[in-house]
Design a protein around this ligand. Sequence first.
Ligand code: PMP
Ligand code: GLN
Length: 379
Amino acid sequence: LQSKLPHVGTTIFTIMSKMAADHNAINLSQGYPGFDCFPYLQDLVTKYMNTAHNQYAPMTGVPSLRKRLADKTLSIHDVEYDADEEVTIVSGATEALNASITAVVRQGDEVILLEPAYDCYEPAVRLNGGVPVYVSLNVPDFSVDWNKVADAINPKTRLIMVNTPHNPGGYVWTQEDLNTLADLIRDKDIYIVSDDVYEHIVFEGKKHLPLFSHHELKERTFACGSFGKTFHITGWKIGYCLAPKALTEEFRKIHQFLTFSTVTPMQYALADYMEDPSRYLYLGHFYQEKRDLFCEGLKETGFSFTPTEGSFFQCVSYGHLSQESDFDLAVRMTKEIGVASIPTSVFYHDKRDHKILRFCFAKDDDVLEKALELLQKGI
Ligand code: PMP
Ligand code: GLN
């Protein structure tokens, strides 16, 4: 079989997690919580499994969960989505992103990817015949260079991928970013797929501003989210897409033939669990304590860094300490120091090496302390 994705291999997350396991290293590479979800959420799943909620869910998602998402969006952002016609539950943000890209991109369409970019965007663009156009974010803060974005836009541009808070950089888009994007695409046939999976993990005075909070951008945006990050259930693979009716109609045509529907008892459980907003609104504070603990310890290592604004990732620069490639260093640190990380060059199409590593701090405090102790011995 001739590969449709000849340049794609095994993802760095699989590689580094396996290497961490093989070498008994602390795994701060792949992004997932090192702790479990709350028992009440598990009890709710059991309840629904034990009461015959085990057959196909509605294609669009369980109504009570769609309603919860619409209510949450209205109460936090004062933005309305119709729970029946504009909210869809899918199998992870990965599906939401893929279906949104598929809904928009045709042969030859250009798609702007802001690099470093999460790894699942580019293959989806290519499989739909799209042409990725890479625009690099500013280093080291990963803010957007709007002149570069403006230069990249042309009549073939059909889609811009946005990720805020950003993985791996943690940058949180500002109102000015939203306004500038709206100015740039006004009167153009350009859509936006917004990856908001870290929407509730934002620190200090910063606020997550979803693209749909800008009324012009809302009309063109597929907003993709994930319950995995918010409720410590990355293994459940449940996500969602909020989009205006016309966009949702196209999105659902794809979703219904990609997976048709998403795991049933978990959807009912999440709908009940989300009844109390404090069950997700605590997340920023919860992760900020972990970020602060991790950053405090990082000060005693040689790495240079600025505390991340959002997500559960902290990037560090080491170019002043070593000239090794970030991949080589991540491998050596896993094997010799006992701490696994992600080399950020993997998020660039040309594997550009800024000598920056990404650590995931969504771990128990004692695990973070042990990792810091190892890192403090130096690289
Ligand atoms: N987007 C980003 C930026 C991510 O970090 C991840 C990883 N969780 C995803 C999408 C995928 O989310 P899910 O596991 O819900 O498919
Ligand atoms: N989103 C996670 C990360 O950035 C990885 C998810 C995956 O392994 N696909 O580390």
